[in-house]
Ligand binder design. Structure first.
Ligand code: ITT
Length: 250
């Protein structure tokens, strides 16, 4: 072989040694395969665009502390999370259930209907042994309708005056209900035991956190970072269960 033919063979031999010839041949010398490569790339790009679209999720809460914990526990899942405070004129739902489960389901069903999107609702609270499980489902309004956390904590300390440390056991409990627009429902729960302190300590978290002492190191929940709280808390435990199943709703 002479001239251009020999020259082309030498180039191919060189490229074959470098393992690039197959691709090069397919793309440069054959317009049909070039078309197929383009078509395939378009299909993959389309699939990736669908895949990368975040799933919109409503977390049916006005509690900023809860919402922060949801966002942290569900991060990395390609979700766009909205809380109720992200919208104006959102109707209220009465939390008149006798259990956390009843209230969580009621909130999830109500707001899934309002927004037509996948909705997560958390009902949670503190159950104190020496108060026979109170404040329980009334935790948010223990010291009265729309009471501040400070007022609720003061009332709890008053109710527990004279109770020795050995009898100050308590647990946080959380139930999360998930409701899809197609009607599917899932429940997840978590709890976390501790003791009620004699005074508030710590500035992180929310609600009863400054009074809730953890057995492992004597710190209160309000002395933990967001991530550390989520690792051990009632809500963190429930959210780990939700994390495992939430993509199956898309
Ligand atoms: P949404 O109904 O809008 O979600 P809320 O604060 O009213 O907000 P709940 O009805 O579930 O929520 O009441 C939960 C109350 O229980 C909350 O207000 C706190 O007082 C207490 N609580 C729940 N989880 C807590 C936590 O992780 N740390 C401290 N207090 C908590």
């Amino acid at each position: 072989m002479r001239g251009p033919g020999r020259c082309r063979e030498r180039i191919y031999a060189f490229l074959r040694r470098r393992k690039t010839v197959v691709t090069l041949r397919g793309i440069t010398s054959n317009s049909l395969s070039r078309f197929r490569v383009g078509e395939e790339a378009g299909r993959i790009a389309k699939q990736m665009a669908t895949f990368q679209q975040p799933m919109e999720v409503i977390v049916a809460t006005r509690n900023k502390g809860k919402l922060r914990e949801f966002r942290d526990a569900l991060k990395g899942l390609n979700l766009r999370i909205y809380g109720l405070n992200d919208f104006s004129d959102v109707p209220e739902v009465e939390e008149d259930g006798r259990s956390f489960t009843e209230n969580a389901l009621k909130k999830a069903r109500f707001y899934a209907r309002v927004f037509g999107k996948l909705t997560l609702a958390d009902d949670s609270g503190l159950e104190v042994d020496s108060l026979r499980g109170q404040p329980g489902v009334h935790s948010a309004r223990y010291a009265g309708e729309r009471a501040s956390s400070q007022k609720n904590n003061q009332k709890l300390l008053r109710e527990m005056q004279g109770v020795p440390i050995s009898k100050r056991g308590a647990r946080f409990k959380c139930v999360i209900a998930v409701k899809s627009p197609a009607g599917r429902e899932v429940l997840a729960e978590g709890s976390c035991r501790g003791r009620i302190g004699f005074k508030e300590r710590g500035r992180k978290g929310f609600g009863y956190d400054p009074l809730f002492i953890l057995p492992r190191d004597g710190r209160t929940m309000a002395e933990l970072s967001l991530e550390a709280k989520n690792r051990i808390s009632h809500r963190g435990k429930a959210l780990r269960k939700i994390r495992k199943i939430i993509r199956s709703f898309s």
